[in-house]
Design a protein around this ligand. Structure first.
Ligand code: SAM
Length: 223
């Protein structure tokens, strides 16, 4: 009996896995990323964000959090050009990308934050975070974990951004979203929530896009 149940569960998992791979292969952005040499379909989300809000410019220093497998880091490298630089961090190893400094670690740990700050010689013009928690399927838990990651990204932004620097972070919508966005808005000249067309349909993900950090003194006064 137990064996039969296991077999049914195994069969179900296999079919769900196969369906997921099939959907992914049919996906327009997945195929486009393969054809254009990008490591992830996520790259088109950053392309759409940047087209709309102009957060990355030639010569910028960009910090890319939750960067694996590296689509955003590849695009950031192209956008900043030879005068700029990109630092990419993730929990998991990122295969080398020419001209990108790589770091592996959990951003929520102090030691990772310290290593990141040591690597960014000088200050950044842009902090990006596409960090995602491992999804549990329980909406409020996934939302709370995404807020925790977005808070960690904001902390990095507050430590490394130059005044007038830009910040983009992903999170999953839920009851803490509005308060987080208000908090970001107090530290930047402009702040918007934006779901790029390349975000998966039915996903709760949204990007908070904030422009022109007010600098430490003004930001602290507004908190
Ligand atoms: C959607 S993927 C990022 C895709 C990436 N922007 C790209 O274009 O290839 C989300 C990443 O967030 C990373 N991540 C999640 N929690 C993290 C944490 N606490 N510290 C660092 N990275 C984290 C995951 O390991 C995962 O690789």
């Amino acid at each position: 009996m137990r064996y039969a149940t296991l077999k049914v569960a195994e069969h179900l998992l296999l079919s769900v896995g196969r369906a997921w791979i099939k959907t992914r292969k049919r996906d327009h952005y997945y195929r486009k990323a393969k054809a254009e040499g990008y490591r992830s379909r996520a790259v088109y989300k950053l392309m759409q964000i940047n087209k709309r809000f102009r957060v990355i410019h030639p010569g910028d220093v960009v910090v890319d959090l939750g960067a694996a497998p590296g689509g955003w880091a590849q695009l950031s490298r192209e956008l900043v050009g030879p005068r700029g630089s990109v630092v990419a961090l993730d929990l998991v190893r990122i295969a080398p990308i020419e001209g990108v400094s790589l770091l592996q670690g959990d951003l929520r740990e102090e030691s990772t934050m310290d290593r990141l700050l040591a690597l960014i010689a000088g200050e950044a013009e842009c902090v990006l975070s596409d960090m995602s928690p491992r999804l549990s399927g329980a909406h409020s838990l996934d939302h709370a974990r995404s807020i925790e990651l977005a808070e960690a990204a904001l902390m990095v932004a507050e430590k490394v951004l130059k005044p007038k620097g830009n910040f983009v972070t992903k999170l999953f919508q839920g009851d803490m979203y509005a308060a987080f966005r208000r908090r970001v808005a107090r530290c930047f000249t402009a702040c918007r929530g934006f779901t790029p067309p390349a975000s998966p349909a039915r996903s709760a993900e949204i990007y908070v896009v904030a422009k022109e950090w007010l600098g430490p003194r003004q930001a602290r006064r507004n908190l």
